[in-house]
Design a protein around this ligand. Structure first.
Ligand code: BGC
Length: 707
């Protein structure tokens, strides 16, 4: 008998249920009463895992309680949201997605796992894989954007990065793919609202990233807090059991979201904790995070026959197997005290500068002239190191983070940089505007640092108005009225709808929340030490009436035609986004030519070789990223006008050129057919290649799939 079987045979029903209970560690640090409750719970075998606890000392203390004072000495599992870094904070996931680079995504997860592992954390609630097409939803910041192909690459890269080759190695974290699924489609972008998506959209858009995570061996998954078509994901047996466990063969652990099991009552599908616990467990949820509904409800559910002992045991087996895979039985203090890596700041800086997207650039205002002697750096985000860390910064510290002012001063020691906030991040108080503008008068150039505070995106941060918050608009107007060159650094966890600012500023850079090295990374780009390469993983709306907005639209019978009444458009606003998916300028200019596809006639088992020539027509060395899309022209189900299938990069000197190549397996052109089973239908497929999803900038060729 293996260790897990031996333990299972020795466990009482209460001890089994205890392994399924994850306690919130905030209780460990707040109030003596609650702290005592957690300790009692550990001693009594009522807690199998803890969230929000880290630090060598605290983890050791609590682990010792489990090992020395509980009957079966089963080690605890310590968990935390290590979303984009632990102590060293990397760019928020939406910003990291701008790199379109799985290797970088993997490296940042690896670095975060090493740091967190040293502090006793063994499992992270990441990667977040919610495809999001509605920037009103604050959690768009936590995921990889609008595209399912990008999200699937992100899923695989993050899983590899967090988990490494061997989970037993203390420098890894078990990863949790979340939030299964459709959370990004909350009605009207409102947090925690109901989701109503078609079965087809689930299979085409929302499920593929989770399938990719499962295929990469992700250790855990988390059902979303929402309901889909009236069935809360925490009780969605069809998706959790039938799709994930049976169809995909996922053998990992399912962890509920925070308090989600007892919230089944508020959702209106359970009368009490007994029913809620029974529903969640029988739908496939192994661990109850923080609601204690399993503790309260499973004993009565068992007595009433709503769950069976076998079902409880199956869940406990998965939890114990995860602990075993993590090596916790052999080394309950795994990771703690491992040789420290220095803070991976070089990686943080590299990824942060690559995440910056040059949205607009006129009159060659950038890079800043090395002869600049006086710059005004104004706005509430000019010297705001804490804000740089973003909405989910784990053990990140403001004192480690570099503000724009600090970064620019270090990069331009010969330049006088005059800085003032002018206004707050929020609120209407504009009385500081005049003083900030005074500072600009003698400057050669104004850098305006505006946008959201880190609290305005993330969980429970839906916004209906995606403009600049309050008085920041007044500061921006006053800066633009000076008649001097104005460079805008736009900080946010989502696209902001500021067409007036984008039109009038000389350059605008999307700076998201770039993490610990934000200021240095921004200075690298402003001074030309780094030529921007970031590309948008989302369509950027010009008007909130366009939301939800994404490039992979289905063709309309009456496609949008400007000025034509009976076409798929608006009377009062444009259909095209402010910036298309993939948009991102460089200080270089790249031209694409000579798209080649071979062979022209293919069969299902073939591979299509695609290539295109890229030329750098600009004055400086730079890196071009090129996107490959396909379109299935005629199919039994209308296919999107474009679907991303690959991205390639090349660095080119001025005047330099090279050929980018893709091998596209014909099998990857399959789609969910009329019965939602994958099909590959003969006929014409278009191959489109371009810098972005802007249809006017794409090169196109066709191939034919023959039966
Ligand atoms: C969030 C999850 C997170 C969990 C634990 C919840 O509120 O929805 O994404 O992992 O809290 O912190």
């Amino acid at each position: 008998m293996g260790r897990v079987d031996t333990l299972l045979a020795a466990m009482t029903p209460q001890e089994k249920i205890g392994q399924l209970n994850m306690a919130a560690g905030s209780a460990v640090v707040t109030g003596p009463g609650e702290r005592g409750a957690v300790e009692e719970g550990i001693r009594g075998g009522r807690i199998g895992s803890l969230l929000n606890v880290w630090g060598a000392e605290e983890v050791r203390r609590l682990q010792r309680l489990a090992l020395e004072d509980s009957r079966l000495a089963i080690p605890l599992l310590f968990t935390l949201d290590v979303i984009h870094g632990f102590r060293t904070i990397f760019p928020v996931p939406l910003a990291e997605a701008c790199l379109f680079d799985p290797d970088a995504w993997e490296r940042t997860a690896r670095a975060a796992a090493i740091e967190a592992g040293q502090q006793g954390v063994a499992l992270t609630f990441a990667p977040m894989l919610d495809v999001a097409r509605d920037p009103r939803w604050g959690r768009i910041v936590e995921g990889p954007g609008e595209d399912p192909w990008v999200a699937a690459q992100f899923a695989a890269a993050k899983t590899r990065g967090f988990q490494g080759n061997e989970l037993r190695d203390g420098a890894t974290l078990a990863a949790t793919a979340k939030h299964l699924c459709g959370y990004g489609a909350v009605t009207a972008g409102r947090e925690y609202a109901s989701v109503d998506v078609s079965e087809r959209t689930l299979h085409e858009v929302y499920l593929p990233p989770f399938a990719a995570a499962a295929a990469s061996g992700v250790a855990a998954m988390m059902p979303a807090l929402i309901d889909i078509d009236g069935v809360p994901m925490t009780a969605n047996a069809r998706l959790l059991n039938d799709w994930l466990r049976v169809r995909l063969g996922f053998e990992g652990v399912l962890i509920s979201d925070f308090n989600a099991v007892t919230e089944l009552i508020a959702h209106g599908v359970a009368a009490d904790d007994t029913e809620a616990a029974a529903l969640a467990l029988t739908s496939g949820v192994d661990i109850d995070m923080a609601s204690e509904a399993y503790l309260r409800g499973l004993p009565s559910a068992l007595a009433r026959g709503l769950v069976s002992e076998r079902q409880i045991e199956a869940a406990v087996r998965r939890v114990l197997t995860l602990k075993e895979r993590l090596g916790l039985f052999d080394d309950p203090y795994r990771g703690i005290g491992q040789q420290r890596q220095a803070m991976p700041r070089a990686l943080a800086r590299e990824v942060a500068r690559r995440a910056i997207v040059l949205l607009t650039h006129r009159a060659d205002v950038l890079p800043l002239s090395p002869d600049a002697r006086h710059i005004a750096l104004i706005g509430p985000l000019a010297d705001a190191s804490a804000e740089m860390l973003g909405p989910w910064a784990a053990a990140g510290r403001a004192e480690d983070a570099v503000s724009v002012l600090q970064g620019l001063k270090a990069a331009m020691p010969g330049c006088h940089i005059d800085s003032a906030a002018g206004v707050g991040l929020d609120g209407e108080d504009a009385h500081g505007v005049a003083a900030a503008i005074e500072r600009c008068r003698a400057a050669e150039l104004v850098i305006l640092c505006v946008g959201e505070s880190h609290r305005m995106s993330g969980e429970a941060a839906s916004r209906g108005d995606l403009g600049l918050p309050a008085a920041q608009g007044a500061l921006a107007e006053a800066a633009l009225a000076l008649g001097k060159p104005v460079v805008v650094l736009l900080f946010s966890g989502r696209p902001l709808i500021v067409p007036w600012l984008l039109e009038r500023a000389d350059a605008v850079l999307a700076c998201w929340f770039l993490g610990t090295e934000a200021g240095n990374a921004i200075a690298d780009v402003l001074t030309g030490g780094f030529n921007p390469t970031g590309k948008l993983p989302i369509s950027w709306p010009s008007h909130s009436g366009q939301i939800p907005i994404f490039y992979a639209q289905r063709p309309s019978g009456r496609p949008a035609k400007r000025g034509e009444r009976f076409s798929s458009s608006y009377l009062d606003i444009p259909v095209a986004p402010q910036f298309p998916f993939g948009h991102g300028l460089s200080y270089s200019r790249f031209a694409l030519e000579d798209l080649q596809c071979a062979p022209r006639r293919v069969r299902a088992e073939d591979t299509i070789e695609v290539s295109v020539r890229v030329r750098n027509d600009g004055p400086v060395r730079g890196e071009a990223s090129v996107l490959l899309f396909v379109r299935d022209v005629v199919a039994s189900v209308a296919r999107p006008v474009l679907e991303l299938k690959g991205v390639r990069r090349t660095a080119l000197a001025p005047g330099g050129h090279s050929r980018l190549r893709w091998s596209v397996p014909v099998a990857s052109l399959a789609f969910p057919g009329l019965d939602l089973e994958p099909v590959l239908e003969p006929g014409e497929f278009q191959i489109h290649v371009g810098h972005s999803a802007d249809p006017t900038g794409l090169l196109r060729e066709s191939i034919e799939l023959i039966p």
